[in-house]
Write a protein of this length. Structure first.
Ligand code: FAD
Length: 322
């Protein structure tokens, strides 16, 4: 089933999650443990992030460094297939432009189609950490919208090789990212919104937002989207703050503001558990207000730590959600 079909069902679960593949060398069991803990809350679907390559430098002799390319969290496609098989749940692999040329993208989409994945979140991806700014591959996509175009083409049976005859059409439902507080590279919110609208006009059928900690930012964003003629479902992304360090790290990485009230609550906490409790309390209140405000579902970024999301789900949805 596609995400838009799920969201159209009046009785659909208002809880969805994003998981990270385990670090290379770790077992998939960590994902299963997370899923086992979250399944009683009946998630509507599960996103699995994609992590591009990074450069690491290894000393190979005195003063000699060797540059190596590694992917620290491979496994997105395999995890999606495994979760669908084990939990009978719809999965949404994240597909990024960075690190792929168009041929590799096409082949990845064919793999996904063959394993029965019906949904993808089409993203540009960020810069390689050591590079500072995003660079596409030669013959790769520079923006998410170009990736959306390629998926839409494949949905029409249009492959890169125009000599292919009677080629099979895929049937992917395409989600894209939106930024209530503006994407950090966009010159202004209006410009960011125009590109978002283009992604939707080109074929994206729903939007998932970057995390935010002030619901008003989300509600304003939805109003601006609707005024700009963007009428697809907009799913709010929430992350429970779990450590005091995240007061600096989250704005730095995700370019989001943290409200003064939340910062004060974390500053006043005396122990790690109290910090976690302040973060969970904030996230629970955010989710409850969003649900009252009629959002299609609340999407939780677990970021490799299931426990706070499990606890928040328990507080909001009770033991088992129907
Ligand atoms: P785009 O939509 O391409 O936008 C990038 C910037 O360019 C924006 O400033 C936009 O305004 C502008 N723009 C867009 N199109 C054009 C154009 N044609 N010409 C000029 N300017 C344009 N990253 C990962 O690596 N893996 C993940 O799994 C992952 N999951 C994510 C999930 C969510 C819900 C979100 C919100 C982000 C995720 N990211 C992930 C991060 C994402 O890759 C980065 O935020 C990236 O910098 C932008 O991706 P995008 O798809 O929004 O890019």
């Amino acid at each position: 089933m596609t995400i838009t079909e799920i969201l159209e069902r009046p009785d659909h679960s208002r809880f969805s999650i994003e998981l990270l593949p385990p670090l290379k060398g770790e077992h998939i069991d960590s994902i299963y443990h997370t899923m086992d803990a979250l399944m009683p809350f009946n998630p509507a679907f599960v996103d699995v992030t994609y992590h591009r390559e990074e450069y690491v430098y290894r000393e190979v002799g005195p003063g000699l460094l060797q540059k190596r390319t590694v992917r620290k969290r491979p496994g997105t496609v395999g995890i999606c297939a495994a979760l669908m098989n084990r939990y009978h749940i719809e999965t949404v692999p994240h597909i990024i432009c960075g690190g792929f040329n168009v041929e590799e993208t096409e082949n990845a989409l064919i793999d996904l189609d063959f394993v029965g994945v019906r949904n993808v979140l089409a993203l540009r991806g960020d810069a390689i950490r050591s590079e500072g700014r995003f660079k596409s591959e030669p013959d790769g996509h520079g923006y998410a919208i170009d990736l959306v175009d390629q998926i839409v083409d494949l949905n029409k049976g249009i492959y890169l090789d125009s000599d292919l005859k009677n080629s099979v059409s895929t049937n992917f439902c395409i989600g894209v990212a939106g930024y209530p507080e503006k994407h950090f590279e966009a010159p202004n919110p209006g410009s960011d919104l125009r590109w978002l609208k283009k992604k939707v006009d080109h074929g994206a059928t729903y939007i998932v937002t970057q995390m935010f900690f002030d619901n008003q930012r989300f509600f304003d964003f939805v109003d601006r989207c609707r005024a700009a003629d963007i009428h697809v479902p907009i799913i709010p992304g929430l992350k429970p703050l779990t450590t005091a360090k995240q007061l600096q790290v989250l704005p730095q990485i995700f370019h989001v503001d943290l409200p003064e009230e939340l910062v004060k609550a974390v500053d006043q906490a005396k122990t790690r558990d109290q910090v976690k409790e302040a973060g969970m309390k904030w996230c629970t209140q955010q989710a409850e207000e969003l649900l009252e405000g009629g959002v299609p579902t609340v999407h939780f970024y677990t970021m490799g730590k299931a426990q706070p999301t499990v606890e928040i789900a328990r507080r909001i949805y009770g033991t088992v959600q129907v």
